[in-house]
Design a protein around this ligand. Structure first.
Ligand code: UDP
Length: 385
């Protein structure tokens, strides 16, 4: 057991925005539960593995978005356990001295992985360099748990749902090392959202009209312009007497999208936002979410009881996120832009009862307490056990 304030090393990588977001959420909660505790967050793939594998995070967005089939093929190939394990072993052999230097330099009391590609690279090295240092994994996917997440010598694995626990058991992991507390999301989501009226005023939204929130992850990706223009048309038709709803678009880092949308004159109110920090309040002030199937966004929307229409997913890791939402009745999957616009317009007009029922089911998926429960378990059941 660590008697001094512990030093925790969190290993993530910047493939998408979700892993860093989870790493930061865990860091903040570790500080809250163990004041004085030291946390180091490292991008293992970018900074501590050999070239060319270190280029993967930088090319991830373009591979996933421009060549989704290639990405899907890679995902499925490495999901075949022996292929995944031997690919990881090659990268590990080439990167061994760097990973070893990282672990010797940091001397952590505990290592937390929030990335599937980290585990097989680090666990065997850690066992040699510091065999008494526990390694735990916090899974940041909702459904399609890639086998590389599940290393048999993980001291504990934190999974989003009971369904994921069952999956891990079926892949041979001992149940007593598996926990289902939910996805680690930012601390703002553990508290109630600000009053709807105040949030709407702060973001310049109409105080009364139902609001459809449109977003595409941290990169603002997807056919968002087409979705907005179809939705405006559908809303205008549904309610010729005046706007039945407003649209709020989070363009995040997509500057071009923001400029494009802001330059148009729309028939219903459309508010375009850049990167939003107060996502927890904004979700609490809207009535329907239109998004890609990002795990972070889905987990957060569920906590806010915000029903969703998913317009797409990254093949491989995000496919099962769609089932997570649709099977629970918390939302719909609709990749066809015209059909999506019609369904969204109906839900905020004559379909309000269906929308309310979906909102209730979304809320029942929400795990506002996840980050707190995960950190409490890591500290008491692993580090201080
Ligand atoms: N996000 C945010 N502000 C923005 C856009 C996105 O805070 O303007 C957050 C969002 O709330 C979520 C994360 O970025 O926590 C996106 O993660 P997700 O897993 O949904 O998708 P990714 O971007 O990793 O593909």
């Amino acid at each position: 057991p660590a008697h001094h304030p512990p030093h925790v090393l969190i290993l993530m990588s910047r493939t998408g925005g979700g892993h860093i977001a989870s790493a930061r959420a865990l860091e903040a909660e570790l500080h809250a539960q163990r004041p004085g505790c030291r946390v180091t967050i490292v991008d293992l793939l970018t900074d501590h593995v050999a070239f060319p594998f270190s280029r993967m995070p930088a090319t991830y967005d373009s591979v996933v978005n421009r060549t989704p089939r290639l990405w899907h093929a890679m995902w499925r190939l490495t999901a075949i356990a022996p292929v995944g394990r031997s690919s990881a072993a090659i990268v590990r052999r080439l990167s061994q001295s760097r990973i070893e230097a990282l672990l010797r330099g940091e001397q952590p009391d505990l290592v937390i992985s929030v990335h599937p590609l980290v585990n097989h690279l680090v666990i065997p090295v850690l066992e040699r360099v510091a065999p008494r240092t526990p390694f735990v994994t916090v899974v940041t996917d909702l459904g399609g748990i890639h086998p590389l997440w599940l290393h048999p010598r993980n001291a504990a694995v934190y999974l989003p749902t009971e369904r994921a626990v069952e999956l891990a058991v079926s892949r041979g992991l001992p149940r007593r090392r598996l926990h289902a507390h939910g996805l680690p999301v930012r601390a703002d989501f553990a508290c109630a959202a600000a009053a709807r009226r105040d949030t709407r005023a702060a973001f310049g939204l109409d105080p009364e009209l139902p609001a459809i929130l449109v977003m595409g992850g941290g990169g603002g990706i997807g056919p968002i312009e087409a979705i907005v223009s179809r939705m405006v048309a559908a809303l205008a038709t549904a309610s010729p007497g005046g706007p039945a709803a407003q649209i709020v678009v989070v363009c995040a880092s997509n500057v071009r999208l923001k400029a494009q949308l802001a330059a148009e004159a729309w028939a219903v109110p459309v508010t375009t936002l850049g990167y939003v920090d107060r996502m927890s309040d904004l979700m609490g002030a809207c009535d329907l979410l239109v998004t890609k199937a990002g795990p972070g966004t889905i987990a957060e929307a569920s906590i806010r009881g915000l029903p969703m229409i998913l317009y797409g997913f990254i093949p491989g890791q995000e496919a099962a996120n769609v089932d997570h939402v649709v099977d629970a009745g918390a939302g719909l999957f609709e990749p066809d832009v015209a059909a999506l616009a019609a369904k969204a317009a109906r839900l905020v007009t004559e379909g309000r009862d269906d929308l309310a029922a979906m909102a209730g089911r979304a809320a029942s998926l929400g795990r506002a307490d996840a980050t707190r429960a995960i950190v409490a378990s890591i500290l008491t059941e692993v580090l201080e056990a």
